[in-house]
Ligand binder design. Structure first.
Ligand SMILES: [Zn+2]
Length: 192
């Protein structure tokens, strides 16, 4: 059980050793997901488990229960049982709770693969609504579901195109292009 205080992980920079930086990224992503989801019951995020039992990646995903702001977030791997709590998360930069009720726009449900979900999480400069949609990607029925409005979908597609244009690393550029194609194809899908 990992008991963490988010405040201890906020000053992570390029000089921080790899394992500490990875843990900080893991914990901040859990905070973003837990605060992005509206549900009051435990749900399964798109975040992969970080453990590697016997040197093979655990295939589980992180489940979270959205906490009251003054309570720690409680997370758990769906597969290996790795679990922990994160306190002091509210009002941090990773807190994606909605501050006000937004106008009701129709919402699409787009099934994405794990690679697309990971690329979307890595995009810089997304606005809060897009970040919330990306971190609220939910695993059920054996797939990952991205729920978002047309406005948010357009913004994500633009962000992927902009990032791919500036990306010197060919491998990451291919990942960005593939996520772009995936979302662009979804714009032809009917809404529900
Ligand atoms: Zn696991």
């Amino acid at each position: 059980m990992l008991v963490a205080d988010l405040h201890h992980f906020l000053d992570v920079g390029p000089e921080t050793p790899g394992p500490a930086r990875k843990l900080a990224e893991h914990l901040s992503a859990i905070v973003a997901a837990a605060s992005a989801g509206d549900a009051h019951i435990r749900w399964e995020t798109a975040l992969p488990c970080r453990r590697r039992p016997a040197n093979r990646a655990c295939l589980g995903r992180i489940t979270v229960a959205c906490a009251q702001p003054e309570q720690p977030i409680d997370w758990c791997c769906s597969h290996c049982g790795d679990h922990g709590t994160i306190s002091n998360w509210a009002a941090s930069i990773y807190d994606l709770r909605r501050q006000q009720l937004s106008a009701t726009e129709p919402v699409r449900d787009i099934v994405v693969d794990a690679a697309t979900a990971a690329v979307l999480r890595s995009l810089p400069f997304l606005d809060k609504d897009c970040q919330r949609a990306v971190f609220a990607i939910r695993a059920y029925d054996e797939s990952l579901h991205l729920a978002l409005t047309d406005t948010e979908l357009d913004e994500l597609i633009d962000a992927l195109a902009a990032e791919a244009n500036h990306e010197p690393n060919r491998r990451r550029q291919r990942q960005l292009d593939s996520a772009y194609d995936h979302l662009a194809a979804a714009t032809g899908q009917p809404r529900w």
